[in-house]
Design a protein around this ligand. Sequence first.
Ligand SMILES: [Zn+2]
Length: 391
Amino acid sequence: MSVGQHIPFGLRPDGLLIDPFTAERGLACNCVCPGCRLPLMARQGDILVHHFSHVGNNNCKNGQTAALLLAAQQVLQSHRRIEVPELVVTATDEPRFGKPRQKTSRDPQARWDFEAVQLERSVAGHRADAYGIRADGSAGVVEFRIAARTNEQKRAAYREANIPAVEVDLRPLVGKALTLDELAKEVCDRPANREWLHHPEAAALERQLLAELHALRPTPTPAPAPAPFRGAGPPVYMRTGTDLSMLDAERLAIRKEHERHRALTTEQKLAELQAALSAPPDAWPELFTTVKPNSRPAINAPAPLWQGALFQEFVLGTLADARKRDYGFSAAAVNGWTWARFDASPGESMTGIISEVLRFLEHLVAKGYLRVSGDKYFVVRDSLPPRGAAT
Ligand SMILES: [Zn+2]
């Protein structure tokens, strides 16, 4: 584009941009082109859209896009706020057997308020269109997409610097006439025209989703026990079949016990637990009533009940049992046990159970009952403190 190029904003002698709706008509606007720095005329036609144009023939190549970028930077710098989009992270688990599963987490859309906005600051070798600093000292980058070129290079830079970066797509505005106020709405307030180039929490969220997906993998059917050595006698084949007889007696007994327990009322479950602990779980408020459930409780039992029962199952008396003491247990085992014992609240998924169980296990670590090694928990202290005492 050269002759007749519509320039959306003109650059005034004070370094600020002005829109053609506000400028004085013609050369009286006293503006130059943000691209080539040659004088502009303000055109406020009744038929043509308002715009600036160069005086006479010229070879300006980038006046239109330079004006839009400069104006976007300027409105962000003066408004110092921007809506950032929802963060959507999806993880896929493709087990060797069974169907692939997918999970998605969504962090709601939010707003960044900046104390200061620096333009053209270098971040990991890339010049950021805008670099904002928030009241807590954290930084966020804002990029504007005006040309059609890809943004992979920017993504790589912000990934390397591990700084959150949002790109606002202004391509639909190229060639349009708008006031600086209208541009400010497009830049600061519209969540729809932007995307994350990089978000420091995305990778951790993906790892968490993958862990949740792995926990959902079906437990493999136990392999049949090897046939006992019988010397030279005829071979002995172990049982076959796919019904419950495949489960060994111990597993079958555990399953029956879970089913029996699930069928009890909450009051009956509490009564059983109280008998086992020799007091209701509320007698240890520091231990069993500190970790509150999610806003939508995921485990179908009051928190003191499932937490007390979990403690009884996985912690109490463990140090006297060499197998339990030395092998520890995984979070997945606790998740599965909690689900089998209490079930999920109606409409809730395994994900909610996992987050509630993990928080309680971390609490037991913090209180000195458990320690973590690799992906296992080991019991350090396996008895309850005196009732009502601070633990
Ligand atoms: Zn120009």
